[in-house]
Design a protein. Structure first.
Length: 238
C-alpha cells in the first residue's frame, strides 16, 4: 500500500486504485483477474448441484434422519453426493452414496444385522422385503427395550431441474422379544418417473419401558439412520 502526500486522486488509473483510508490518501495495485479453467468451472458446477440435491433430499427424507438441518448431516450428505457426481464411473449405474450413514455414534449397519431388499421394478410402488430376523441377534437394542420402530422414507427427483417427482414414508413397529420374526414386506406407493433419481433411507428408533412408563429413546447412540438403496430410472428412448 502506498500513500498520497500531495495531490489526492480517487478511483482507478491503469492497474492502480487510489482511495482514502482514515483520511489518508492511499494507492494499491488492482487485483488481477482469475481465469477459470474448464475443469474449475465443472468442479464449481458439480458442487452447486450436490448442495442443491442434498438440501432437497434431506428435507424429504427428514422423517427418518436424526436431525436433517444439522451441519453434520448436511456436510455428510453434501460430500457423498459430490463424490458421486465427480466419479469416473457412470452415475446412473454406480450410485456410490448407497450405504451412507448419518450417525457416527450409531450406524444402521451395526444395529440392524440383516438388511432389507428394495425393489424398484414394480410400477407405481417400491417394495421393501425384510428377511427373517432373530432377536436379539439381528437387531441390537439397549436394555429395557420393548419395541423397535423401523422408519422408511423415499424421495425422487429429476436431476436436471431438482424437481420432486415423488415422496413417501412409513414406519413399522415390532415387539422386541427374544425369538424370530417372520419375513416382512412393506409397499410404498411411489412413481419412479423416467430420468429420476429415487432414494430410500431407513432409521431405527427404540421404545423402552421403565417404571411402567413407555418412552422413545433420544440418545444419539441409539438413533441410527442410513441410505439403504437408490435407483436411476431409465429414460424411454421411444
Amino acid at each position: 500500500m502506498a500513500k498520497q502526500d500531495a495531490i489526492f486522486v480517487n478511483g482507478r488509473i491503469g492497474n492502480v486504485i487510489f482511495y482514502r483510508w482514515k483520511g489518508i490518501g492511499c494507492a494499491r495495485a488492482a487485483p488481477g483477474r482469475v481465469r477459470q479453467t474448464k475443469a474449475t468451472r465443472q468442479s464449481a458446477k458439480d458442487f452447486g448441484r450436490a448442495v442443491q440435491l442434498s438440501r432437497h433430499l434431506r428435507s424429504f427424507l427428514s422423517p427418518v434422519l436424526p436431525n436433517y438441518k444439522s451441519k453434520a448431516v448436511m456436510h455428510t450428505m453434501n460430500a457423498a453426493l459430490l463424490t458421486w457426481l465427480r466419479q469416473e464411473k457412470p452415475i446412473e449405474t454406480h450410485i456410490s452414496f448407497v450405504g451412507l450413514e448419518f450417525n457416527e455414534k450409531s450406524t444402521l449397519a451395526s444395529r440392524l444385522r440383516q438388511r432389507p431388499v428394495v425393489d424398484f421394478s414394480e410400477k407405481g410402488k417400491i417394495v421393501i422385503s425384510f428377511p427373517r430376523l432373530k432377536i436379539p441377534e439381528d437387531i441390537l437394542a439397549p436394555p429395557n427395550t420393548t419395541a423397535v420402530r423401523i422408519g422408511i422414507a423415499a424421495a425422487g427427483f429429476m436431476l436436471s431441474q431438482f424437481q420432486l417427482t415423488a415422496c413417501a414414508s412409513v414406519s413399522i413397529e415390532i415387539p422386541y422379544k427374544e425369538g424370530s420374526l417372520p419375513p416382512m414386506k412393506k409397499e410404498l406407493a411411489f412413481n419412479c418417473k423416467p430420468g429420476s433419481l429415487n432414494v430410500i433411507a431407513m432409521s431405527l428408533r427404540y421404545k423402552t419401558s421403565t417404571n411402567s412408563e413407555a418412552m422413545e429413546i433420544t440418545d444419539q447412540r441409539w438413533m441410527p439412520a442410513a441410505i439403504i438403496a437408490a435407483h436411476m430410472s431409465i429414460v424411454n428412448s421411444e
